[in-house]
Design a protein around this ligand. Structure first.
Ligand code: FES
Ligand SMILES: [Fe+2]
Length: 372
């Protein structure tokens, strides 16, 4: 788990100007709310007075009010009012971390780190969103009882489909390509691959091809990742009929992941098909979840020698190489230490404001030294 990346925090409709929305992410708690200008905000959940949970409070006059003694915090995280000191400005230390936010695709994303804007890794853009010829299913959010790296690696793995999803539109990897290492291409902050699959006449493939009346025996599909937690899957049933699937993954802690899933398609564009396609997608997701929930160890091993990796695992190896690059930047959360000290100290992911000012009450989340 890393600081300094964009994470999906909540569905847009869960973030309101009426009540704070509390969410668990990266082993910590956060609060999201909206100001009256409609903008969404994400802040640390811990009130620096005496540890109240702001997410259990309420929203008044564009501030989040702590339910314990009524201290108010504005969207920048600054305390603006202390009921027992009504005539005084709150002390400078009465502030909490507030994070940069982007709202897109019906999702509120927060940048969980302190990097200045120009240095931040990107939130992946869905180019075809709202473009003619494409339709997005309603946003799907589901929880996976597994470590998010395991979930990401599952998406970067073309050799599990025929075993985990035999009935759900999952073609077999082309026999000639099985033994070759996947051709993995580097992209900014990540990597991707495309591979040829032998098509099967599954229900979804048949529906996808219905208007073309040609069964394509070989299809192209592949996956990629941007940063540690954004995954894209491309499935082409034919040259023109395809799914582009976007998985924005939020590690809740080291054994649970919340996935925000946007499915884009170029066929069956009528909204009446949304439900059925959404259901098929969820069946496929559940098939993966059933496998991921049982993996041992729960965490990705700290060395590739603890598993027997083969050429078809190439994209997983490249993903792990990227994680090492993020480790080298000193961005990995020391989750063992965080767990060991849980309950004894409250922590915050450092926000950009920490770069410019001191005097923060909460400790910065423990980070592993670069390259540890
Ligand atoms: S703990 Fe939040 S106001 Fe006292
Ligand atoms: Fe799968």
């Amino acid at each position: 788990m890393y600081i300094n990346f964009w994470y999906p925090v909540a569905r847009s409709e869960d973030v309101t100007a009426q009540a704070p929305f509390r969410v668990e992410l990266l082993g910590l708690r956060f609060v999201a709310f909206r100001t009256s200008d409609g903008k969404a905000h994400v802040m640390s959940d811990v009130c620096v007075h005496r540890g109240g949970s702001l997410g259990k409070g309420w929203v008044r006059d564009d501030t989040v009010v702590c339910p314990y003694h009524g201290w108010r915090f504005n969207h920048e995280g600054r305390c603006t009012h202390i009921p027992t000191l009504p005539d005084e400005s709150p002390p400078p230390r009465a502030k909490i971390d507030s994070y940069p936010v982007q709202e897109k695709y019906g999702i509120v994303f927060a940048f969980m780190g302190d990097l200045p804007e120009a240095e931040r890794p990107p939130l992946h853009t869905i180019e075809e969103f709202d473009q003619p010829g494409w339709r997005a299913n309603r946003l799907t959010v589901f929880e996976v009882p597994a470590f998010y790296e395991r979930s990401m690696e599952n998406g970067l793995d073309p050799s599990h489909n025929e075993f985990v999803h035999p009935a759900q539109g999952s073609p077999n990897i082309n026999a000639n390509l099985r033994k070759r290492p996947l051709d993995v291409e580097e992209v900014p902050w990540g990597s991707r691959f495309l591979v040829r699959f032998e098509n099967k006449e599954t229900e979804m493939a048949t529906k996808a091809l219905a208007d073309e009346r040609t069964l394509v025996h070989e299809v192209t599909a592949g996956s990629g990742h941007v940063g540690p937690n954004q995954m894209i899957t491309w499935i082409r049933f034919s040259p023109t009929n395809m799914f582009h699937q976007y998985f924005f993954e939020a590690p809740i802690d080291d054994s649970r992941t919340r996935v925000f899933f946007v499915n884009m398609r170029t066929f069956l564009l009528d909204p009446q098909h949304d439900d059925r396609i959404g259901k098929v997608n969820l069946v496929v997701a559940q098939e993966d979840i059933d496998i991921l929930a049982e993996l041992d160890p729960v965490l990705t091993p700290d060395s590739n020698t603890k598993e027997v990796l083969v050429p078809s695992d190439r994209a997983v190896v490249v993903y792990r190489d990227w994680l090492k690059k993020f480790d080298a930047k000193g961005w990995r959360i020391d989750f063992d230490q965080l767990k060991a000290r849980k309950g004894k100290a409250a922590f915050a992911i450092p926000s950009p404001a920490r770069r410019n000012s001191g005097n923060w009450v909460l400790e910065t989340v423990p980070l592993l030294p670069p390259g540890a």
